[in-house]
Design a protein around this ligand. Structure first.
Ligand code: FAD
Ligand code: ZN
Length: 471
């Protein structure tokens, strides 16, 4: 079948509203968020419901047409955009954005996969509930994308990753069949737990069309502090102090280096240094509680005072109101955006190490990097409570628009080899996509690779579902 007749048949399924073929209109769908990958596609298909998704996928299976599922296209690994060969259609879930049900007593929400994260957060809040997944891209990323990347974010410490928040899924399989697993059960040991195959699969095993997700009592009080700590070891000790004193009321514990703050101050309008003096390391901590008895702030103050006595904290400032709280969080969340505003080539590493090993890793990695690349400018921040660092580096003299700098693997190799020595993960949050396919082969065992290929082949024998991503 020619591409022309294929598009006509897709148009017959989704209607004119569900199809984009104009090159200019397709632009936002074929370039990834970081602007690293520019693909080409005969069409962007925007189905309105699961039946349409299934019909389109069936047609694609019949014609051996590759499909790239796409949510908000905020992913960091080029998983959501087509290759440059111009043969893969993009299937966007953007028109399937409804919150179908919030069941406050079951503490679940059922949503279509194209639901923008912030919309689910709001729908939950309207029922006095919390949907805890929260990340910098929440205004545009979608639940389907969050699940397919097993997104993390700033609340993992308390509520877990996207995987921990899902109870049920509806998925269109690569042959067009619909699997309806939209169950809101907290206990269900009836065979293999299939939903987890699709979580973190980056659209390579099927298209998630809807999900049942856990929601929680909505916190009524929060206390937020921005603290200066002398070094990452102190930050780790501080976490331990807070855990002892505040238990699971710690909902976020984010570490960042001075470099990160400076980057933000330089590029993000309206930001300012929360403290009058410059320090090397900072921790942004948030406590939250479902009760509002006015003691949370005091508790955080006392905990930090105890930490100060042990020289774990050098200075601290508390958010006095919502505006100040937002301003502190904005610093943390704007780091990726601020880094994008630099002309230098940023080598990004989204890694995980056992929490207790993080300080040693930071020390060793910076020594190694500076030894190999004099003048390396390390932008280290992350979710210390999860052992997840965004360990990013600018290298002197290398610019982003320089293809050789972009394609160079030398910096990354230094970091990943060390991660390997620490038995860590070279992709903690952002997945594999096109960006880390080589690394997956290099750092995963043969057995793991074989198991993954077996699963892929069993579900997608024609290899039409997001080909060339992950495996
Ligand atoms: P997309 O980018 O559109 O797609 C991601 C992958 O999922 C692709 O493989 C795509 O094919 C697949 N996919 C999308 N929808 C479906 C579906 N319905 N069915 C099957 N496959 C699908 N990530 C974190 O984990 N933590 C963070 O803290 C974080 N912070 C970020 C901050 C910023 C400023 C930005 C830009 C990104 C950040 N990210 C973070 C990365 C990104 O937002 C997440 O990976 C997010 O989950 C992607 O969602 P999306 O809807 O944009 O998916
Ligand atoms: Zn992160």
């Amino acid at each position: 079948m020619t591409a022309h007749t294929l598009i006509e048949r897709i148009a017959a399924i989704v209607g004119p509203q569900g199809l984009i073929t104009d090159a200019r209109d397709m632009e936002p769908y074929v370039v990834d968020w970081r602007g690293y990958y520019r693909g080409a596609s005969p069409a962007v298909v925007r189905p309105a419901d699961t039946a349409q998704v299934a019909a389109v996928v069936k047609l694609c299976a019949e014609t051996r047409t590759a499909i790239v599922p796409q949510g908000g296209n905020t992913g960091m690994c080029g998983a959501s955009v087509p290759h440059a060969n111009g043969r893969e259609i993009v299937l966007s879930l953007a028109r399937m954005g409804r919150v179908l049900e919030v069941d406050a007593l079951n503490n679940t929400a059922t949503v279509e996969a194209g639901c923008v994260l912030v919309n689910l957060q709001q729908a939950a809040a309207e029922q006095d509930r919390l949907f805890p997944l929260s990340l910098g891209a929440e205004g545009s990323c979608q639940i389907g994308g969050n699940l397919s990347t097993n997104a993390g974010g700033v609340n993992v410490l308390r509520y877990g990753n996207a995987r921990d928040l899902v109870l049920g899924l509806e998925v269109v399989l690569p042959d067009g069949r619909i699997w309806n697993g939209l169950r809101g059960l907290r206990k269900d040991n009836t065979g293999y737990d299939l939903k987890h195959l699709f979580v973190g699969a980056e659209g390579t095993l099927g298209i998630i069309t809807a999900a049942v997700l856990k929601i929680f009592p909505r916190p009524k009080s929060t206390a937020i502090a921005w603290t200066a700590v002398p070094h990452p070891e102190a930050a780790l000790e501080l976490l331990s102090v807070l855990r002892q004193r505040c238990g699971d009321r710690i909902s976020a514990f984010e570490l960042l280096s001075r470099n990160c703050l400076e980057l933000v101050l330089r590029h993000i309008p309206g930001t300012r240094d929360p403290l009058p003096v410059a320090y090397d390391w900072y921790v942004l901590t948030e406590l939250s509680d479902t009760e509002d008895n006015g003691t949370l702030r005091e508790e955080l103050e006392q905990s930090l005072a105890a930490a100060m006595e042990r020289d774990l904290v050098t200075d601290a400032v508390f958010a006095e109101n919502q505006t100040q709280a937002q301003a502190l969080w904005r610093i943390r969340e704007s780091i990726p955006e601020a880094a994008r505003a630099e002309t230098g080539m940023l080598y990004r590493h989204d890694i995980a190490i056992a929490v207790s090993q993080v300080p040693a890793f930071i020390r060793e990695a910076s020594t190694e990097l500076v030894r190999h690349f004099p003048g390396a400018h390390i932008i280290c921040f992350g979710h210390l409570g999860d052992g997840n660092l965004h360990y990013n580096t600018f290298v002197a003299g290398r610019n982003r628009d320089d293809a050789a700098a972009r394609d160079a693997h030398d910096v990354t190799e230094v970091v990943y080899d060390l991660v390997q020595r620490y038995q860590g993960s070279f992709s903690a949050e952002h997945g594999i996509g096109m960006y880390k396919v080589e690394e997956l082969r290099q750092y995963k065992s043969t057995v793991e690779m074989e198991l993954m290929r077996t699963v892929k082949h069993a579900l997608d024998p024609l290899g039409i579902m997001n080909p060339g991503k992950v495996l």
